[in-house]
Design a protein around this ligand. Sequence first.
Ligand SMILES: Nc1ncnc2c1ncn2[C@@H]1O[C@H](COP(=O)(O)OP(=O)(O)OP(=O)(O)O)[C@@H](O)[C@H]1O
Length: 254
Amino acid sequence: MSQPILDARNVVKRYGRFQALSGVDLRVMRNTIHSVIGPNGAGKTTLFHTLTGTVPLTAGSISFNGKEVGGMADHERVQLGMARSFQVTSLFPTLTVRENLRVAAQGIQPRKALHFWSKSLLHDAHAELIESILARLELTHCIDRVSSQLSHGQQRRLEVGMALAAKPQIIFLDEPTSGMGIDDIDAMKAIIQGLRADLTVVLIEHNMGIVMDISDTITVMQLGRVLVEGTPEQVKSDDRVRQAYLGNMITGGG
Ligand SMILES: Nc1ncnc2c1ncn2[C@@H]1O[C@H](COP(=O)(O)OP(=O)(O)OP(=O)(O)O)[C@@H](O)[C@H]1O
């Protein structure tokens, strides 16, 4: 059997006295779409934060391509090939689409953008990479538009592009379709499916239709633990999953 590209074991995350993750295991296989679902507050975003290094682990280990990354800073993980598309926008609103992607391709954090601005914006580094990302995202025609003028759906696609500009092997997408209309959702779905050929996708998504359609594997979380893991068919027919969602509806969650 092949080795997982990402192998997280017994991940624990505490915020003060509150334990948001209570020993989560997650094994993600290469070139798959692996979705993480669960009722509100289950710990999905917290798990993403620990995997990508946005927050430190309390305990556990995270191995990426066989290398322990659990203690590494987020930018170090990006350099190793782990990229993340944030729910909160990561775009530079006054820069064009091309310029946004250039900033991302250079691996520049927002606070260092001014340095970059002074020397690198003038030459056309990364042009090929940027063109290929834009083609993939169907944003080629927007290349010289200022990102704040893009539609919501286009902005969400460009956010994925920002993560792709780091040339990742694995990409973490946190609710990439949130706030989208049906046409934009279909476009995003096709883009995510297309990514699987070249990289591995880990996805948090509340739209169950999308999750069931495009996932190879689904991990269902509840109260900071893994409740069930399997194929869409297995997850759909699992009573524990039904109960978890039913319980959530009864308590008023989404
Ligand atoms: N910085 C924090 N400090 C304290 N508690 C937190 C913090 N971040 C998250 N939590 C708590 O951890 C639990 C898991 O939250 P998390 O956002 O990971 O859930 P989720 O599954 O992503 O939920 P949703 O689907 O609503 O986004 C929640 O009870 C939340 O209140």
